[in-house]
Design a protein around this ligand. Structure first.
Ligand SMILES: Nc1ncnc2c1ncn2[C@@H]1O[C@H](COP(=O)(O)OP(=O)(O)OP(=O)(O)O)[C@@H](O)[C@H]1O
Length: 296
């Protein structure tokens, strides 16, 4: 699938602001971004639910609607209310009949981890069970690509782990998976590749390890003790400076040189050196270090 110069605006908001992205078959890709970054809009373009204002989006070399009609893509979107009164088995079976080459219902339920719920009514399930039913619906058509928009939103920790186990089992069959998330840990743990989107643009694309590296190797933290932050960005190795409370956090590509320079200034109170985390990478890549990240 590919996005080439894709733009989608809503009034004055450029929800997707010039995205170029290619995904290869068999990859598991996380689309990572904060609230309002443009993830759902990018997904809606990929599924043909929205048309780009500019640029081109292709799925399996065709227009997205065509690929969707041919049953090559399955999706689990954020909304969608369960149909009342039917059972899980009936619902998944019904959806199966709309696809040219579906997998057996029992297999989809097994993969989604809800085999024992086949006879239960879909409107009487817990939030976590409902999410898994939606996952079964997304994969019943045996699509080459599955697109999951924040699939673990509103799930508790245990349900999250169980969900990702199911997703990875599906990916191991050679299918391509694209999922969106706010959660760094989820992206790192479950995707081969993380595409970070911010204000409708791709600001990073790589493995978790590559993102960590792009954030600068290390973090040097020390007590400001009333000292001004002026000039800290000019210290050797320093890539960025962030202040949290009375602590300055310097991302640096050469922590030895940074520490020596700080020592020369007498700024050594509470000094710590640590590897930059994925959180640091994400903060560095997206627009504001003042934003609080949601954590798993
Ligand atoms: N139908 C719409 N009409 C108007 N503005 C929209 C519409 N859909 C999205 N937007 C705006 O486009 C921007 C991107 O929204 P989008 O839903 O794609 O972000 P997101 O990354 O999926 O966010 P979240 O993590 O909160 O779901 C936001 O500023 C949003 O308010």
């Amino acid at each position: 699938m590919s996005f080439t110069g894709a733009v989608k605006t809503f009034g004055s908001v450029r929800a997707v602001d010039g995205i170029d992205l290619e995904m290869a078959g068999g990859e598991t890709v996380a689309l990572l971004g904060r609230n309002g970054a443009g993830k759902s809009t990018a997904i809606s373009l990929l599924l043909g639910l929205n048309e780009p204002d500019e640029g081109v989006v292709r799925l399996f070399g065709a227009a997205p609607e065509e690929a969707a009609r041919a049953g090559r893509v399955g999706a689990m979107l954020q909304d969608g209310r369960p149909v009342p009164r039917v059972t899980v088995g009936e619902l998944v079976g019904f959806v199966a009949r709309t696809y040219p080459a579906p997998m057996p219902v029992a297999e989809a339920l097994e993969l989604a981890g809800i085999a024992e719920l086949a006879g239960r009514r879909v409107d009487r399930l817990s939030g976590g069970q409902t999410q898994r039913v939606r996952f079964a619906v997304a994969l019943i058509g045996n699509p080459a690509l599955i697109v999951l928009d924040e699939p673990t939103a509103a799930l508790d920790v245990e349900a999250r782990y169980a969900f990702w186990d199911s997703m990875r089992a599906y990916a191991r069959r050679g299918h391509t998976v694209l999922f969106s998330t706010h959660y760094l840990e989820e992206a790192d743990a479950n995707a081969d590749r993380i595409v970070v989107i911010d204000r409708g643009r791709i600001v990073a694309d790589g493995s978790g390890e590559q993102l960590r590296r792009s954030a600068g190797g290390n973090l040097v933290v020390f007590d400001l003790a009333g000292r001004s932050t002026e000039g800290l960005t000019l210290l050797p190795g320093v890539v960025s400076v962030e202040v949290r409370g009375d602590r300055a956090r310097l991302r640096t590509e050469d922590s030895d040189a940074t520490v020596i320079a700080l020592a020369g200034m007498g700024a050594v109170r509470g000094l710590e050196v640590a590897p930059a985390s994925l959180d640091d990478a994400f903060l560095a890549l997206t627009s504001g270090s003042s934003n609080v990240l949601e954590r798993v």
